[in-house]
Design a protein. Structure first.
Length: 105
């Protein structure tokens, strides 16, 4: 059963550069972390400084390894070096199983 993390991030700074940085972070994570299955990023249509991202891990332990790893550390160091402000809130949980025989995705 997958472990899903959804982050809502309100950022301040050069939004185009922040978008590039978040995208670089996504690719680093997908490349380096075998426990991360997917990493989706989008930008709010109504609020240009709000980014939403969803990370799918094979399990909760894979998420813990991610949090303790170099990729998040690198991302937040880059945000700080560039004087970008990042305020994030995340929610995480285990994926709900579908009914037997029912294909959802």
């Amino acid at each position: 059963m997958s472990y899903v993390v959804h982050v809502t991030a309100v950022v301040e700074g050069d939004l185009e550069q922040i978008e590039i940085l978040i995208n670089d972070y996504r690719y680093k994570c997908l490349e380096n972390q075998i426990g991360m299955e997917q990493f989706f990023v989008c930008r709010s249509v109504e609020q240009k400084n709000v980014f939403l991202y969803t990370q799918v891990f094979k399990d909760q332990d894979a998420h813990r390894v991610h949090l303790e790893g170099d990729d998040p550390r690198w991302f937040f160091e880059q945000m700080e070096d560039k004087k970008f402000n990042f305020q994030g809130q995340w929610v995480a949980g285990t994926e709900i199983e579908s009914s037997v025989g029912q294909v959802l995705n």
